[in-house]
Design a protein around this ligand. Sequence first.
Ligand code: SF4
Length: 199
Amino acid sequence: MATPKEMFHAKRAEVLIKNLTARHFGACYCATKEEALQKALSLIPEGSKVGWGGAMSAQEIGLLDALEAGNWNAVGRNTDGGVDVFITGANGLSLDGQMVNIDGLGNRVSAIIYGPKTVVVIAGMNKVMDTLEAAVQRARTVAAPINVQRLQKETPCAKTGVCYDCKHEDCICNHIVITRHSRPVGRIQFVLVGEDLGF
Ligand code: SF4
């Protein structure tokens, strides 16, 4: 029997999928990392050229290793727009079906916006906030300061874990992108996972 937390995630995912679908995204829910891996692989035709960026959640479900070991042309961290499928994550999602991402150079968000035929977003339900405002807040005050630690930058948030809305030359919050619809229909596919993934 599902735990209360699993039931909570599944119920919220139902609401989110309805709203993502209304915005022309593809979306599905997987309760576990293992299910999510199989679902994500089914969305990526064998033989296709696959790149990724900002894909900690995809790494955590084993997707990047599986692509490198299998019958795909996995080109790794590649955001040049020349790939068939681009794998990424989300820094925040709102229950009404909008995605928030922060980027330093803009290469990741540019691949989400235009270029690859398909974008597959792997997102744990820990990324889902009640409102767009809260999703932006999450991206700026949780995802970005943790990414600064990963990237070993010297921004003010690196010292305290708190965002100071900085203008530091190392700032990674140069592009804050809200993706509110998918065009063409179904170009952006979400695999939502009922576990905490990424940051
Ligand atoms: S302090 Fe700067 S780099 Fe850190 S989260 Fe805030 S805006 Fe981004």
